[in-house]
Ligand binder design. Structure first.
Ligand code: BG6
Length: 359
């Protein structure tokens, strides 16, 4: 396995994301998501679930959290995400429920244990994994493979984006309102190029990290679909740069964490062009007033965000359902460059394993 000219596997795998997304869409067992596809194809163990449960650990749990919001917008049944290591029993009784377990390795003990707890409780099971023939594929009724290729770095990057792609495909095939999802196939066709555009802005992102590597504490904040991405971004900063970083719902910062704000606590604010945008701008003003530096991630050309944030890292405008993917790529690169500046062993962080196969 070579690093392909990159300094670390993590950076190589971040830059492999456009192809990983393309391959996952093209080869998905859900069939090519082409507009007008009438109904789910046979690979789903249940075609019309009366409840959906999403499970995972670490980064895979953040995919589950994204799924809870995305699928809740597209389905009319209860959709719940639960962290697998805490899962005991489903919150929703189901006659023909669907449990979707995310695990890029397919070997995480906590996720496999959670799956065993759900058996016989009216839920058919679907595994989403990056490793052919992994343990999870033998524990579920059906498997959807992400096509990210081998992921060597301990920190999950391209496999996370491919988990999100699989969620969009699931939403496309399970949604009751076909019109609401007709945009998904063409969105998934353009997503690789949008990610390439973010990757090409690498140097601006490297500038931003100067503020962060000396921080005592970092907050990454968002609203709506920005919250799981804030959690995922914070996990990357912890995993590879060892920086104390918390992903937080923007509206919750005033209920306590404001006490931590000041020059040693920079804040990364994700401003999605959705119904939460103005609230995010208000949060930026409140945070600035308390002495923290604010680095915003926002649509290119958003002058209002630029007026109030200390720095803006722009992303291409796109569908609000896809924008969190682009914000996540910015956060991946920020965490990588912080780790590089701090001289961390990026591909093999201390105390961590690529997959925890013991309880
Ligand atoms: C942890 C890894 O051990 O397991 C994380 O350090 C990962 O990066 C988590 O997200 C879950 O792993 P998997 O293979 O179940 O997605």
């Amino acid at each position: 396995m070579s690093k392909g000219g990159f300094d670390h596997y993590m950076l190589k795998e971040i830059h492999e994301q456009p192809e990983a997304i393309r391959d996952t869409v093209a080869e998905s067992l859900l069939g090519p998501a082409t507009a007008g596809t009438s109904s789910p194809v046979g690979y789903l163990p249940v075609r019309d679930p009366d409840a959906v449960l999403l499970l995972g650990c670490g980064t895979s749990y953040h995919a589950a959290l994204m799924g809870e919001q995305i699928l809740s917008q597209l389905l009319t049944v209860p959709v719940t995400a639960r962290v697998a290591s805490e899962f005991q029993k489903p919150a929703v009784k189901a006659e023909q429920g669907l449990v979707v377990a995310f695990s890029q390795s397919g070997e995480t003990s906590d996720t496999l244990t959670a799956l065993r707890r759900i058996l016989g409780q009216g839920y058919a099971s679907l595994g989403v994994t990056n490793v052919m023939g992994s343990s999870i594929t033998r524990a579920v009724d059906a498997t959807l493979y992400t096509r990210a290729g081998p992921e060597v770095a301990v920190a999950s990057t391209k496999t996370f984006l491919c988990q999100l792609v699989t969620l969009y495909l699931l939403g496309f095939h399970l949604a009751t309102d076909r019109d609401a999802v007709s945009i998904i196939p063409q969105n998934l066709q353009v997503l690789p190029d949008l990610v390439r555009q973010v990757l090409s802005r690498d140097s601006a992102i490297q500038q931003a990290v100067r503020q962060l590597t000396k921080a005592e504490h970092i907050f990454i904040i968002g609203k709506g679909l920005g919250v799981p991405i804030a959690l995922e971004g914070a996990l990357k900063f912890k995993e590879v740069a060892y920086l104390p970083t918390e992903g937080y719902p923007a509206g919750e910062l005033k209920h306590g964490p404001f006490a931590l704000l000041g020059e040693k606590t920079p804040v990364i604010a994700m401003v999605l062009a959705d119904e939460h945008r103005s609230r995010m701008i208000t949060s930026i003003k409140e945070i600035k007033a308390r002495g923290s530096t604010v680095i915003a991630i926002a649509d290119r050309g958003d002058g209002e965000v630029a007026e109030f944030a200390d720095m803006v890292l722009p992303v291409p405008k796109t569908d609000p359902l896809l924008a969190p993917v682009l914000h996540n790529v910015v956060l991946q690169l920020m965490s990588y460059y912080c780790a590089r500046k701090l001289g961390c062993p990026i591909d093999r962080p201390r105390n961590l394993a690529k997959s925890v196969t013991v309880p």
